[in-house]
Design a protein around this ligand. Structure first.
Ligand SMILES: [Zn+2]
Length: 111
């Protein structure tokens, strides 16, 4: 990976990670708002349970993504970063931009 590619990737990961951090903070706040006596009081209990579990699923997914982005960001200066750990070929930048935390190229992923 070239220096420029690495910089591009760092920028992309940090942008996404900070956007996710904001999203998680908003979701955590709104999770507290869905409360029978709160502003969401017009919802039935069943609606609330449904909403809450959907929110929690989303929140969990966002947290998982955030952690893997942070991990990728921590590892980005490692010499082996961006190299497939199975075939040891460089992972294409286009793939890294979509899934920065990946440790496999698409060929090995499909296996
Ligand atoms: Zn591979």
């Amino acid at each position: 990976m070239t220096k420029l590619e690495r910089q591009k990737l760092v920028k992309k990961i940090s942008t996404e990670s900070s956007a996710l951090k904001k999203l998680v903070a908003v979701m955590e706040k709104s999770a507290d708002l869905i409360h029978p006596e709160g502003p969401g009081g017009r919802f039935s209990l069943r609606d609330m349970i449904k909403m809450k579990s959907a929110d929690e699923r989303q929140l969990r997914a966002a947290r998982v993504r955030m952690n893997s982005l942070d991990r990728a960001l921590n590892k980005i200066d490692d010499p082996e970063f961006g190299t497939c750990f199975i075939c040891e070929q460089p992972v294409p930048l286009a793939r890294l931009l979509v899934i920065p935390e990946t440790t496999r190229c698409s060929k090995c992923e499909d296996k």
